[in-house]
Design a protein. Structure first.
Lengths: 97, 289
């Protein structure tokens, strides 16, 4: 098990919090809430060790497009980078609906 | 007692799988449209304090969804175990959520405001990382359920694919009514555990025909341990739940028929391995007890 933390500059506030996913094999859960400041904070707890660099690449790419200020907590149980990006997308969509 | 019939292709395609839904989606699917309200949801962050210490990733709701809402207009609560998280294992927090919800339902019933209770059981039993705390939680769930079921019927659903094993199989058996799909399994010890403890000659956990012939929904229904066997379809499960609630509180719960069950067990020849069909004959439907 490993923890990672990422921080990004953000501008717009989010509408509402959102929760998606399950901490099941190959999946993850995302908790997305309004951020207390003008930044996006991402905390990751993952069951898979040694993929910090991959997490950074996935997050950098995602938050280069998404500029809303959110506090995000991820509980990962071995999701692939594709699954991580899709779940994040889903959480953002829910937070804006 | 509903008997399953084979679906024609149109029916098969029209069905909405219940098994494929996660616990939260299952609770949402069973409650009347727009009535769903979650208690102690993921943002309350009531997660297990024990898993992180052992290097296991926790889930924010500890794998247990408490959903209030209405079923056909009647106040209801659904307690749904997430089978994908740690095999639906019951820990200190998830177990306390179930027991507390049952206790609140009892309080409401005593005040003259009965709340229908549905348990969605998808669990291997105690979560081993929380050992004694999980065991104690299951004991609390069971005593709360026994107190509650004399006031309101408690309906259990085992849909699969995890099934319901260990201490939680006792919980399933204490329910006023139990609904299973054909894919679901119910047993005290899981097949792998029996094989490990008593050798493969005793129980081959890879032999699917044997396992479903002992633990499967159809066999459990035919031998009176489950009241309904439903198709893997949201509407079919809903229909069974409605029918069960319509029957009210059973005059005698299964677990109150101890003497009758002991008499039956005493009459069985244990010198050879019984076939599935023989067990069905010996243990014809529970209502005939």
């Amino acid at each position: 098990m490993e923890r990672h933390y990422f921080e990004y500059a953000a501008s717009q506030p989010i509408k509402q919090r959102a929760h998606v996913g399950v901490v099941g094999s190959g999946d993850l859960e995302v908790l997305l809430e309004p951020s207390p400041d003008q930044k996006t904070h991402v905390t990751v707890i993952t069951s898979v060790d040694g993929f910090g660099e991959t997490w950074k690449l996935v997050m950098d790419r995602f938050f280069s497009r998404y500029r809303h200020a959110a506090s995000i907590e991820i509980h990962d149980f071995g999701a692939t980078p594709g699954a991580v990006a899709l779940r994040l997308e889903q959480a953002v969509e829910r937070s804006q609906s | 007692m509903s008997q399953p019939t084979l679906l024609n292709p149109q029916q098969f395609l029209a069905r909405k799988s219940f098994v494929e839904l996660n616990a939260r989606e299952r609770a949402q699917a069973l409650l009347d449209e727009g009535s769903y309200r979650e208690l102690l949801g993921p943002f309350e962050r009531l997660e297990s304090p024990w898993l992180l210490l052992q290097g296991v990733v926790p889930q924010a709701d500890d794998g247990l969804i408490v959903a209030r809402g209405k079923i056909r207009g009647a106040d209801s609560v659904i307690l749904a175990i997430e089978g994908q998280f740690q095999g639906g294992g019951i820990g200190e927090v998830s177990g306390a959520k179930i027991a507390a919800a049952l206790d609140l339902a009892l309080e409401d019933a005593k005040k003259g405001h009965p709340i229908q209770v549905v348990l969605l059981l998808e669990t291997g039993g105690v979560r081993l990382q929380e050992a004694n705390l999980g065991l104690e939680a299951i004991a609390e769930i069971n005593s709360s359920l026994i107190a509650l079921r004399h006031h309101v019927p408690v309906v259990g659903v085992i849909a699969g694919m995890v099934g319901c094993f260990g201490g939680m199989s006792i919980t399933a058996s204490l329910c006023s009514y139990l609904i299973m799909t054909r894919e679901a399994r119910l047993g005290l010890n899981g097949p792998e555990v029996i094989e490990e403890q008593s050798e493969i000659e005793e129980f081959d956990s890879k032999d699917r025909q044997l396992i479903w012939g002992v633990n499967g929904g159809e066999q459990r229904h035919a031998t009176g341990f489950a009241d309904y066997v439903a198709e893997d379809d949201v509407a079919a499960i809903k229909a069974c739940i409605n029918e069960a609630f319509g029957r009210g509180i059973p005059t005698r719960h299964r677990s109150e028929q101890v003497d009758d069950y002991l008499k039956r067990l005493a009459g069985i020849d244990v010198s050879y391995q019984l076939e599935t069909s023989e067990v069905r004959k010996l243990w014809s439907n529970g209502e005939n007890l």
